[in-house]
Write a protein that binds this ligand. Structure first.
Ligand SMILES: O=C[C@H](O)[C@H](O)[C@H](O)COP(=O)(O)O
Length: 224
């Protein structure tokens, strides 16, 4: 058992019979999907929405029944990883590019559980580059807008020699804020910029954080 698996397996215990569950994305969320899949194979009946094409494929592999948003009005529970977690349970997410679907699923769930290893815990968000999802149309102008507002480095995310494209057909700019003193204020500011679809700051969204350790133990942080 490694730390990510410990966190993922522990969080999977929150999943109860009949629940509608949001499945996160990434190397930690992998384990929660794996464990839920094992429980489904043992007879657990749930339905789920995945936050990325990769997680959808994984859920299908484990025969976890998937539904569309149109089928339900909200979810009971979403479980997902994070790139950084601060003491107030504000997060940076989107290292894997899935931030928009992840945020949509998290805010439409009664409970949002974050799973992480201890390396994700930080006193202040911002050492991890903040992913900002922007529309491809005139994205160069959006980049200029961002650069004119914040005197920091912005990097268009790339993949295989081209610009990285999200599951939603958008681009990602990674922003080197260093220390984000007021995540709530930055969250609101970025959302106001035309061209920005969303960003990886999750403020006041997480209810619980499950931290896994290499020895297989876990600890839980609740929203203060
Ligand atoms: O876009 C990706 C997600 O926000 C991930 O949950 C996040 O990057 C953490 O991924 P991992 O568990 O692989 O570190």
């Amino acid at each position: 058992m490694n730390a990510k698996q410990a966190a993922g397996y522990k969080a999977a215990e929150w999943v109860q019979e009949g629940m509608l569950v949001g499945l996160g994305t990434g190397s930690t969320a992998y384990y929660v999907i794996e464990r839920i899949g094992q429980r489904v194979a043992e007879g657990l009946k749930i339905r789920a929405i995945a936050t990325s094409k990769a997680s959808e494929e994984l859920a299908e592999k484990y025969r976890i029944p998937l539904i569309k948003a149109a089928d339900v009005s909200k979810l009971d529970l979403a479980i997902d990883g994070a790139d950084e977690v601060d003491p107030a349970l504000a997060l940076i997410k989107g290292g894997g590019g899935a931030l928009l679907r992840e945020k949509l699923v998290a805010i439409n769930s009664d409970k949002f559980i974050v799973i992480a290893d201890p390396g994700k815990l930080v006193p202040h968000l911002g050492a991890f580059k903040l992913p900002i999802e922007i529309v491809p149309f005139c994205y160069e102008w959006t980049l200029v807008q961002l650069k004119s507002r914040y005197d920091i480095e912005f990097q268009m995310r790339t993949l295989d020699g081209g610009l990285y494209v999200t599951d939603n057909g958008n681009y990602i700019v990674d922003a080197s804020f260093g220390v984000i003193k007021d995540p709530g204020a930055l969250d609101a500011e970025l959302k106001q910029l035309t061209g920005v679809v969303d960003h990886g700051l999750f403020v006041n969204i997480a209810d619980v954080v499950v931290i896994g350790h290499e020895d297989g133990t876990t600890e839980t942080m609740e929203k203060p």
